[in-house]
Structures are given as C-alpha cells and as structure tokens.
Design a protein around this ligand. Structure first.
Ligand code: 13P
Length: 254
C-alpha cells in the first residue's frame, strides 16, 4: 500500500438489518469490476458473519464500525477486536463522531482502541473532524491536531501495519444540510498530513497511512475528493446504502 492507493469504504451505520445487508452485499459484489479501487463495506456487528459469507472469494474487504479496547473479559455488550478478526474483518472504524457524541467516546478511549486494533491485526479507520461551532470559531485546525495527537499517542506502526485517517467534518455528515466542497479540504488535509509527519517517520506516513475524506460523499463528488493531493479515498455513509449509487462511486474513481 502507498498513501495514494485509492480506497472506497461504505459504512452502513445502523441503517440495515441482516437480510438487507446480505442483499446489498450481494448486489455490490455482483456489480463490481475486477479492476478498480480497494472496496470495503462495514455492516453492523450482527450482520458481519453473514456479509462475510457473501463476500467470500471476492475482492471486497470487510470492516466493523467499532471494537472495545480490552481484548477479553467481563465487558457486557462490548465486542472484542479478536472476534472481528475471526469473522474476517480487515478494518475497524474508530472514533466516529456519532460515537463521540452519542456514547461520549473520549480521545483516550479511541487511543486505546487503536492500539488494541493494531495489536490484534486490524487496520483502524480513525475518524477526526470538527463540529460546525468549532469551525465557525476558527478552531478547525487545532481540533484536528488535538484529536490526531490524542488518537495516536504512543502508537508505533511497523512496516506491516496500516492506519487510515478519515477527515470527517461533523457538520458535513448527512443528514446535515451543509456540504463540503472538495477544494475546501485542501488546507485541512495539509494540516493533518503535516501533523502525521510530526508524529510518525516519513516512510511510515508514505507507505502505511492513508488520509481519506467522509461527509455526504456521493457519485457526483467522490472522484473530485480523491483527485486531491492528500486524499486517497472516501468513507461513505448514506450513499453506500444503495448498490447502484455505491457502485457508481466505485466506478467514478476506477
Ligand atoms: P454520510 O456519507 O451519510 O454523510 O456519512 C458519512 C460518515 O459519517 C461516514 O462515516
């Protein structure tokens, strides 16, 4: 992998039950062509094994939407990164703003989860992003730096490990009425990139870390985001729930 290899990640959040997830996975698998970007789908926990069965022998990778920071133990309701590995996940989304907001996930928890995911052999997709209020106050860059510093505190990557960072401005995530134009992410991407270079060795940033964008991405703008210098993929919520639209996104960057 290099920082420029494109990746398209669809996250189905809590929008689809098991039969719908199976159906969607089948349609995406059927519609995907052999050549193109790396594609990942992230169903709900309960759909993972069934979707994994559908994706078998195909090119689409599986991701989860969260994991717990402890590997095993008496933690009612939590899901171990090991279980995600067992069912075939390669990726796990961590630090999503919806979890930060609704479940009070802190930077410290996210940092622990990232370390656990890496230890267990999953690639974390780490979400960072400012709220509308923070943006209006002119705090965007400092929020991103604080979140990234906290997320990667004490994290060391070896050459076999990868991290994906998703810049997801909270105010641009659907159903928000606000939209982000691709050019508007140029500065923030530079800030994130520079900060990564402050934290990790240059070769690791180049070969093991990809920066992607998420927030109301669809087939009309995915390619424009990915065409930007520091963006090598998209994290798609709503537009990944319809096979035709998700396949159109994949096709647009192929
Ligand atoms: P939407 O594409 O629905 O705005 O969701 C983005 C997101 O939060 C992906 O993690």
């Amino acid at each position: 992998m290099t920082e420029t290899e494109p990746i398209i990640i669809g996250t189905w959040k809590m929008q689809l039950g098991v039969p719908e997830s199976i159906e969607l996975a089948k349609k995406i698998k059927k519609g995907i062509s052999k050549k193109g970007p790396e594609v990942v789908v992230c169903p709900s926990f309960v759909s993972l094994t069934r979707v994994a069965d559908v994706l078998k022998k195909g090119s689409i990778s599986l991701g989860a939407q969260d994991c717990f920071w402890e590997e095993h133990g008496a933690y009612t309701g939590e899901v171990s990164a090991h279980y995600l590995k067992e069912v075939g996940c390669k990726y796990v989304i961590l630090g999503h703003s919806e979890r930060r907001k609704h479940l009070q996930e802190t930077d410290e928890m996210i940092n622990k989860k990232i370390k656990t995911a890496l230890r267990v052999g999953l690639t974390p997709i780490v979400c960072i992003g400012e709220t509308l209020e923070q943006r209006q106050d002119g705090d965007t860059n400092s929020v991103l730096i604080v979140q990234a510093s906290a997320a990667f505190k004490g994290v060391e990557l070896n050459v076999d490990q990868q991290i994906i960072i998703a810049y997801e401005p909270v105010w641009a995530i659907s159903p928000s009425p606000h939209d982000m134009q691709p050019e508007q992410t140029i500065e923030t991407n530079q800030v994130i990139k520079q900060h990564l270079l402050d934290i990790f060795p240059q070769s690791i940033v180049k070969n093991n870390i990809r920066l992607i964008y998420g927030g109301s991405v669809d087939s009309t703008d995915a390619a424009s985001f990915i065409a930007l210098e520091n963006t090598s993929g998209v994290l798609v919520g709503g537009a990944s729930l319809k096979s035709e639209e998700f396949l159109a996104i994949i096709k647009s960057v192929s």
